[in-house]
Design a protein around this ligand. Structure first.
Ligand code: HDE
Length: 752
């Protein structure tokens, strides 16, 4: 009997394999038609898209060891087990009979489920939510007087990988929350990898790394209910920062427009700490790193940010990938502020080891030293973005650390965290983390060892491997720490007195902003403290604000309905730093999104679009055509958005070429329709215009589009509203307005 069962099972399997190889004849009785035609011939893995080349990394494996040096991916045309055995069925587990229990011996089932069960790795303890791209860095050679690092030499080209992130939210949280942003870049230099692990805010909450778990525990969701996600608007955050006044400077930036960037492409990056640079003659300087975005520094409005979190939580991730795919490559210039390396390590009275202080650019200009261009999206999010491991201690010869106590703690933390996040000490062998410089490190074994090391003497000194590998000297590019004197002192848990001024620079920041930016800071504080439950926390934070600025404190107090306290320390005089404001300049508009409302039944609106097409392309803008329904509007013209899928927050500016009548799906339900007053324009188009107006975006209209503007309550002559006879005339003026990012005059000035 068992033999019979086996034979039957075998026959069935063979029949099934035959079924798979020979597709069932159409219409065969009993077989449901397949939803799509399956391929009839086995075929190899799909070719990569042009922007999906695997990272050009060298293997950590020594050459000629027999181990594969390539990046493993799908191979061959058949589905296999992890051991390469070909499979004939992956849809049914092996059971004792059709309706019987599943058998323990089903290796494919167990292997498939086990691998799946372990697909997730721990997310980063901070900066869990991020997205990344490959690129290239080209040195200008302008740093050579102060830094000998080869990748900064004139014309030197270095592959890079940059990951942007939020700090507080978990991996699946929304992109446009109010938070600091990470801006970490891995330079795969010939002299060893350099990681510039930066943020979009130039200062930090704490002066000593020992406080990091405290600030992060305070900012993360409350431990009892795990809310709120990715927000600082809650009691534990404000409890901590109101008690811990060295956080005030960072909090000011966090509450400013910098906390809600428009795009990763439009943020500055700051190395925060002071680093020590060494030139070819061994002369040292102190320096701070800055990234300057080519498109300027721009932000969302708080209302926009909140809407986006619902409408498109992947807004920043999408924006980065779309821009790269469309060829609008994000660019950032790397710059340094350079200071003499004096024993005091101060500049103009500012302590360079205090990470809560900036040096205003007016005192030490940022000197451009190279250009980063992000030009390739990732091929696989997990393999690259998730597994990339940065470390502030990854430094090439020419760049060294200082004694900033925050930096010192980071030097420990970044290596340590990878052990649990990436599962062991060999994370440097993961393709995205492999250096491009040859590696010969004598580290052996450990979890996930990929290299097949040769030789018998992974120790030094040895004779059995011929004394290899050799030690390098400075003449062949060895990394030699600067022999910096260490102050003779007693061990103590203290900060220098110079770290104790917590209010001058927050005031400097606030007083350097334009009126509208200050108004945003006031509103952000009022919003966040308004979300706190504890009265004592709000009152305490108001006492902190009183020491920063009386106007700021009074306006926030007014919004909270609380009395404004008096300052408890003398409020210092500050000289504003115009470089800190984001308003008042004109920037390139490449890669900006422009929404265009058309009506498929209004041929004039489509004609206008045809006329504009090449002009929009020439300006480098990304147009999104919005119509009542999707698909082709006419030959060669497709709608990318419908009134259902479009929302104003996606656009930097809006063109209205028509006033489409309400479409059948314009209102959410029958009752709403019955109650709606007679409208002549689709209410979603009206809402789009109103939101763009409220968010101070440029709006242009021609033809019947003017009626949509009227229905939305905005008129010709309002700031930033352009009405004209020809699409070209309107478009030209809208693009000019877009260069300033927003129509700033539209904001009422409620602060002095
Ligand atoms: Fe980080 N930080 N950090 N940090 N940090 C991490 O490293 C840490 C700090 C920054 O895209 C972690 O691999 C300590 C300042 C970025 O993968 C962790 C302290 C700045 C990223 C860690 C700081 C940063 C991280 C989490 C205080 C701006 C994301 C996962 C002493 C200059 C990197 C990981 C990426 C990530 C520790 C302070 C920037 C836990 C202990 C200041 C951009 O190691």
């Amino acid at each position: 009997k068992p033999a019979k069962v086996v034979k039957e099972a075998l026959d069935k399997a063979v029949e099934k394999v035959a079924d798979l190889v020979t597709p069932p004849a159409p219409g065969r009785p009993g077989s449901a038609p397949p939803p799509v035609d399956p391929p009839s011939e086995p075929q190899g893995p799909l070719p990569r898209k042009p922007d999906q080349a695997s990272p050009a990394t060298l293997s950590a494996t020594g050459a000629g060891t027999g181990a594969a040096a390539d990046v493993r991916e799908q191979q061959g045309e058949y589905l296999t087990t992890a051991q390469g055995a070909r499979l004939y069925d992956t849809d049914h587990s092996l059971k004792a009979g059709e309706r019987g229990p599943t058998l323990l011996q089903d290796h494919h089932l167990r292997e498939k489920i086990t691998h799946f069960d372990h697909e997730r790795i721990p997310e980063r303890v901070v900066h869990a939510r991020g997205s990344a791209a490959h690129g290239v860095f080209v040195g200008y050679g302008t740093a050579s007087q102060v830094c000998k690092a080869g990748f900064l030499a004139e014309g030197a080209t270095t592959p890079v990988f940059t990951r942007f992130s939020t700090v507080v939210g978990s991996r699946g949280s929304a992109d446009t929350v109010r938070d600091t942003r990470g801006f970490a870049t891995k330079f795969y230099t010939d002299e060893g990898t350099f990681d510039l692990v930066a943020n979009n805010i130039p200062v930090f909450f704490i002066q000593d790394g020992i406080k990091f778990p405290d600030i992060i525990h305070a900012a993360k969701p409350h431990p009892d209910r795990e809310i709120p996600q990715a927000q600082s608007a809650h009691d534990t955050f404000w409890d901590f920062v109101s008690l811990h006044t060295e956080a005030t400077h960072h909090v000011m930036w966090h509450m400013s427009d910098r906390g809600v960037p428009r795009s990763y492409r439009m943020m500055e990056g700051f190395g925060v700490h002071t680093f020590r640079l060494v030139n070819a003659d061994g002369v040292t300087s102190l320096a701070k790193f800055h990234w300057k975005p080519k498109l300027g520094v721009h932000s969302l409005l708080w209302e926009e940010a909140q809407l986006i979190n619902g409408v498109d939580p992947d807004f920043h991730r999408r924006d980065l990938a779309d821009a790269i795919e469309s060829g609008a490559f994000p660019q950032f210039e790397l710059g340094i502020q350079v200071f003499p390396d004096t024993p005091e390590q101060t500049f103009e009275g500012i302590d360079l080891l205090d990470p809560t202080k900036i040096v205003p650019e007016e005192l030490a200009p940022v000197q451009a030293i190279g250009m980063l261009t992000l030009n390739r999206n990732t091929t696989n999010f997990f393999a690259e973005t998730e597994q990339v491991a940065f470390h502030v201690g990854h430094l090439p010869p020419g760049i060294d650390v200082t004694d900033d106590p925050l930096l010192q703690a980071r030097l420990f933390s970044y290596l340590d965290t990878q052990l649990s996040r990436l599962g062991g000490p060999n994370f440097g062998q993961i393709p995205i983390n492999r250096p491009h410089a040859p590696v010969n490190d004598m580290f052996r074994d450990g979890f996930h060892q990929h290299a097949v090391h040769s030789g018998v003497a992974p120790y030094k000194p040895n004779t059995l491997d011929g004394g290899c590998p050799f030690m390098a000297g400075a003449d062949v590019g060895a990394y030699i720490e600067v022999p910096q004197p260490v102050a003779e002192s007693v061990k103590r848990r203290e900060s220098p007195t110079s770290f104790q001024d917590h209010f001058t620079q927050p005031r400097l920041f606030y007083r350097s902003l334009s009126a509208v930016e200050r108004e945003h800071v006031v509103r952000a504080f009022t919003f966040e403290l308004g979300k706190c439950y504890e009265q004592a926390i709000k009152e305490r934070q108001l006492r902190v604000l009183a020491n920063v600025d009386a106007e700021l404190c009074a306006l926030v107090a007014q919004g909270l309905g609380l009395p404004a306290p008096e300052a408890t320390v003398p409020v210092p005089e500050v000289t504003p730093s115009p470089a800190l404001s984001q308003v008042g300049q004109v920037w390139p508009v490449e890669g900006r999104m422009i929404g265009i409302v058309v009506d498929a039944d209004d041929p004039d609106s489509l004609d206008g679009l045809h006329q504009l097409r090449s002009t929009i392309d020439a300006a480098g803008l990304t147009p999104l055509i919005i119509a009542a329904r999707g698909g082709q509007l006419e030959d060669g013209l497709d709608a990318q958005r419908t009134f259902l899928t479009a929302r104003s927050i996606e656009f930097d500016a809006l063109l209205v070429a028509a006033a489409p009548p309400p479409a059948p799906d314009a209102l959410p339900n029958r009752d709403a329709k019955a109650a709606a007053p007679a409208v002549s324009v689709d209410p979603r188009v009206v809402l789009m215009v109103q939101e763009c107006f409220r968010h101070a975006k440029a709006i242009g209209a021609w033809g019947t589009g003017r009626n949509a503007l009227l229905e939305a309550g905005c008129a010709e002559g309002d700031p930033g509203v352009v009405v004209g006879d020809t699409p070209a005339e309107v478009f030209g003026q809208v693009v000019e307005l877009l260069g300033a990012h927003r129509v700033w005059e539209r904001f009422p000035a409620t602060v002095a």
